[in-house]
Write a protein of this length. Structure first.
Length: 148
């Protein structure tokens, strides 16, 4: 849950990431300068209590927004892509769905945080997703569907 209310622009950016848009596509769609989009990402991270770790804060915000039904990803990859994930990938996917930081996931996997960054990127690539944020949105959406 955010420590401070997210703005309309924050939610617009999260929604774009949830729907697999790249940074360039988001800037074009929302008419944002490259530096402004980076500023919005930092603000989201700060509001989620991760002022030093932008990616981690945006991942937390994404997981929160999807699990609370504020956002619903509309671009779901073909289910056949999930068969490319091995057991470790699926475990990482599940941990990402909860909005855990790379540091917490590294503790669980008993590895360093940079290994978690590489694994998250690999899972995103296997699923054909543009960003780790999109992967978190999809993971949180899947977890929410399982719980219902």
């Amino acid at each position: 849950m955010p420590k401070e209310q997210l703005s309309k622009t924050d939610f617009q950016v999260l929604e774009c990431f949830a729907n697999n848009l790249t940074h360039k596509e988001i800037r074009r769609q929302l008419v944002l300068h490259k530096k402004h989009l980076a500023f919005v990402e930092r603000q989201i991270a700060r509001k989620m209590g991760e002022p030093q770790e932008t990616m981690e804060g945006v991942c937390k915000a994404m997981a929160w927004a999807v699990t609370t039904s504020i956002l619903v990803p509309s671009r779901i990859p073909d289910s056949s892509r999930f068969s490319s994930l091995d057991e470790a990938d699926l475990r990482l996917f599940e941990l990402m769905s909860r909005g855990l930081t790379k540091f917490r996931i590294a503790q669980i996997f008993n590895c360093d945080s940079e290994e978690v960054v590489r694994r998250r990127k690999r899972v995103s690539n296997k699923l054909g997703l543009n960003t780790v944020y999109t992967t978190v949105a999809l993971a949180a959406y899947g977890l929410k569907k399982i719980r219902v």
